[in-house]
Design a binder for this molecule. Structure first.
Ligand code: GUN
Ligand code: FE
Length: 441
């Protein structure tokens, strides 16, 4: 039964190269937040008709495939350091503080509210190693109404993880992961699985083979999502080659951690054989262009991944990336793809600087931020289509602090381009998740 019907100008990108725009649409949503129908307005007046204010545009909610929730207090900190030093000197000390559940509650409440205000309707979270604090993150997502996938970080390697911040053993790492899965699946009010648990080995360097094997078996047993970091930087990539004798991707496959519901963060140094393996497993990649500019030492081969039909979406990588809005990640993905295509070193002749055919446009960037993220997560989100969840944002170009200027009569492609490049939190007037209004500016 229809719960409400929204009348709005609406725009979405159902494929990487396809934009659909309805100047005046009716979207019917049922009580479970599922879209029943999308059609052009034809003068009808269904029950519970609500209309967006004139001038506002309805967009699918943004899907952030990579957020480190406990790193929120260090957004924009020490990004001049190499990854391994940033982890040891800043990140692990901060994450260890989430043994304090009061601190966790305060930070996580601030983060989830901020992401919703930025239009992030779905987030895939790394928490910390602490089970109680991770449970608090899941509670807060459910209470504030954000669609969320929450992982307790597993990391037990005694050489790479400091003694003050690691799982006591592989057995305990598995046990606490299992406890989080059981907790999230049984949370009162989570019958529709708005919040889901995620098996989260931090990255191969931080985990023993024993732990990785156990978590792979747990993924097969529970069908849970899986997330980790792969082939992020030269240091990390080289470390895994040295230890495993193969790339992260091949090693993860051997541990049973490459599944349809796996999301691999970064992947800047993935080769064609890695991409083929990821594509065959139908795993996804979280492209985090802001973070990669600091830590990667190379640009993610986004176009190559898309051309091989590998599932890709975008991540902020808070706090490796210093911008909480996924729109910033979308525009940075365009910028990086253009720099990869043209090259950057002016001392080289034009034509030898870059990698031809690397660029993406605003339609693809917006697809990555919405439908692409939904595809990577194997969830029906990111598009206005019957059977999909009504996760949406109302964009207000006339908001007081707007940098977005839209002119009546703009072609839809130009309108979306301007939205991707200039919209910001100031333009997010209202946010819905699963048909529920969860934020209003
Ligand atoms: N690799 C392992 N842990 C992390 C992390 O917290 N951030 C990033 N960017 N890479 C990682
Ligand atoms: Fe990360």
């Amino acid at each position: 039964m229809t719960a409400f019907t929204l009348r709005a100008a609406a725009l979405h990108t159902p494929a990487p190269d396809r934009l659909e725009y309805w100047p005046d649409a009716l979207i019917a949503v049922d009580a479970a937040g599922t879209i029943e129908a999308v059609q052009p307005y034809g003068g009808e007046t269904p029950d519970n008709l609500v209309a967006l204010p004139p001038g506002q545009i309805l967009l699918p909610g943004l899907v952030d495939l990579h957020v480190h929730a406990p790193q929120w207090p260090q957004l924009g900190t020490a990004l001049d350091l190499p990854l391994e030093q940033w982890l040891l000197d800043f990140t692990f000390p901060l994450e260890s503080r989430y043994a304090d559940t009061g601190f966790a509650a305060e930070v996580y409440q601030s983060l989830v509210a901020a992401l919703l205000a930025n239009g992030t309707t779905t987030a895939l979270y790394f928490a910390s190693i602490h089970l109680p604090a991770t449970q608090i993150l899941a509670d807060i997502c459910l209470r504030l109404g954000q669609r969320a996938l929450v992982g307790r970080v597993a990391m037990d390697h005694p050489e790479l993880c400091p003694a003050y911040y690691r799982d006591a053993s592989a057995v305990e790492g598995e046990a606490d992961t299992r406890a989080l899965i059981d907790y999230v699946r049984a949370m009162p009010g989570n019958g529709a699985a708005l919040v889901r648990p995620v098996i989260t080995p931090r990255f191969i360097p931080a985990c023993t083979d024993d732990l990785l094997h156990r978590l792979g078996a747990l993924a097969a047993e529970t069908g849970c999502h899986v997330q980790t970091h792969v082939s992020e930087s030269d240091w990390e990539h080289g470390h895994v080659l040295g230890r495993c004798g193969c790339t992260d991707t091949h090693a993860l496959g051997g541990f049973g951690l490459l599944t349809r519901r796996t999301v691999l963060a970064h992947g800047n140094l993935l080769g064609d054989a890695d991409l083929a393996l990821i594509g065959a497993a139908q795993s996804g990649i979280a492209h985090c262009p802001l973070s990669n500019a600091y830590f990667a030492g190379a640009a993610f081969p986004l176009r190559r991944a898309l051309d091989q039909a590998v599932h890709v979406g975008l991540g902020t990588d808070i706090a490796g990336g210093a911008h909480p809005s996924l729109l910033d990640s979308a525009r940075m993905a365009i910028t990086v793809s253009r720099m990869l295509e043209s090259g950057t070193d002016a001392a080289l002749p034009h034509g030898q600087r870059g990698r031809a055919g690397s660029r993406i446009d605003a339609v693809t960037a917006f697809w990555l931020a919405t439908a692409g993220g939904g595809q990577a997560l194997d969830l029906p989100i990111g598009q206005f289509r019957p059977g999909y969840q009504f996760d949406a944002i109302a964009l207000d170009p006339s908001a007081p602090a707007s940098n977005l200027y839209l002119r009546a009569g703009d072609a839809p492609e130009r309108m979306l381009e301007r939205i991707v490049h200039t919209a910001s939190r100031a333009n997010i007037a209202r946010v819905w998740v699963a048909g529920r209004s969860v934020h209003q500016a």
